[in-house]
Design a protein around this ligand. Structure first.
Ligand SMILES: *Cc1c(COP(=O)(O)O)cnc(C)c1O
Length: 394
């Protein structure tokens, strides 16, 4: 008999051999007692750092009252969080789910349903950008269009077209009679921190209006203060019809949301979509506590300020090592270092020196610190970056 050997945890990740035990603010402690400065934030998730007192208190309180009751009943926390997200955005209504990919699934279904309601069920194609990332479900790997994510999982979900990110002419040429929506990240994250030009985002809005299709912004990574505004598209003053959120929304608790205008969501009636766990009382307590902190006067200005300090510092350090770093790019606290050495090597060397970062496409190393970092932590990160780059590359 042949027995296949496989780790008990399915080996779908290339994990670093390190386990964390405890976190506080921007710091993490590994099981062997070492301290790390966390500029990964669990991939842009722990927006308020680890164990923020307001989040801990909110979750403790809710944990003693009610965890879950399903969407068979009203969930007052959903009503409160939705009201605040609507007040802070272009949207009129919110669907709650548990992850980024699920928020995209809701957006994609809503786009199809919208045109079906309009008597145009033939309009179902979503125009996406090359280098995009929208999640790992069957529909979202098709939306991402990345060969490395699709390979072996064919047949691919039908209805997604890809045009180069940032090229408005290519996008307009891709709008056919079957087009239903445009879907982009305002700043491509996994693709390598590629900010969309505000003028490009405005032209996407104009194209969507001209052809009667919906504009969807995937703000799963860029949303919830990451770029110094609550939502990244607010930098350019252009609003989508639908927006997806997740990562920072629960500050580490799994929660996603799909926001939409009343018009875009007009087909989403009872029975059309659902989730067992989506928006349960614990998740809503976390999201509400995150909003409490982020909506305090001056919070986002603080993010803007510290982002400028970090950006200037990172540019200053990287300019000293042109053989290792080709470019620094990004928006707010979403920075990318385009490396000339393999980004995986740089991430490993930074980690060995105590600074956690995240790799991305286009050989980029991402800096995604918690939004609550201070100048001292920025100085410490710059010192670690400088030390790592000065150690010379193999
Ligand atoms: C992370 C991410 C997703 C997927 O989120 P999951 O929670 O992993 O499903 C989707 N879109 C963007 C832009 C992301 O960064």
């Amino acid at each position: 008999m042949i027995t296949a050997s496989i780790p008990v945890v399915m080996p779908t990740y290339a994990r670093a051999d390190i386990a964390f035990e405890r976190g506080e603010g921007a710091w993490l402690w590994s099981a062997d007692g070492r301290r790390y400065l966390d500029f990964a934030s669990g991939v842009a998730v722990t927006a308020l750092g680890h164990c923020h007192p307001a989040l801990v208190a909110a979750l403790r309180e809710q944990a003693g009252k009610l965890w879950h009751c399903s969407n068979l009943y009203r969930v007052p926390g959903q009503e409160r969080v939705a009201k605040r997200l609507v007040a802070a955005s272009f949207a009129d209504t919110v669907f709650f789910c548990n992850s980024g990919a699920e928020s995209l699934e809701c957006a994609i279904k809503m786009v199809r349903k919208y045109h079906d309601e309009n008597g145009q069920p033939n309009r179902y194609r979503v125009i996406c950008a090359t280098g995009a990332f929208h999640g790992r479900t069957l529909a979202t790997i098709a939306a991402g269009g990345q060969e490395k994510h699709l390979k072996g999982f064919e047949p691919m979900v039908e209805g997604f077209d890809h045009v180069p990110f940032g090229n408005i002419n290519a996008l307009r040429s891709a709008i056919t009679a079957e087009a239903a929506a445009i879907l982009v990240e305002p700043v491509q994250g996994e693709g390598g921190i590629v900010p969309g030009d505000p003028d490009y985002l405005r032209r996407l809005r104009a194209a969507a209006d001209e052809f009667g299709i919906l504009l969807v912004f995937d703000e799963v990574q860029t949303g919830m203060g990451r770029t110094g505004r609550l939502f990244a598209h607010q930098h350019g003053g252009v609003s989508p019809d639908i927006m997806t959120l997740a990562k920072g929304l629960g500050g580490g608790f799994p929660v996603g949301a799909c926001l939409a205008t009343a018009e875009a969501a007009k087909g989403m009636t009872a029975g059309t979509h659902g989730s067992t766990f989506g928006g349960n009382p614990l998740a809503m307590a976390a999201a509400e506590a995150v909003l409490d902190v982020m909506e305090q006067p001056g919070f986002l200005d603080g993010v803007d300020h510290i982002a400028t300090v970090l950006r200037e510092g990172v540019e200053r350090v990287c300019a000293r090592y042109p053989e290792a770093i080709a470019e620094v790019r990004g928006l707010g606290l979403m920075l990318g270092l385009k490396a000339k050495i393999p980004n995986t090597d740089l991430v490993a060397r930074l980690m060995a020196n105590g600074l956690l970062t995240v790799g991305a496409g286009d050989n980029v190393v991402r800096l995604l610190p918690p939004l609550v970092i201070g100048e001292e932590e920025v100085a410490e990160a710059l010192a670690l970056l400088d030390r790592t780059l000065s150690q010379g590359m193999p």
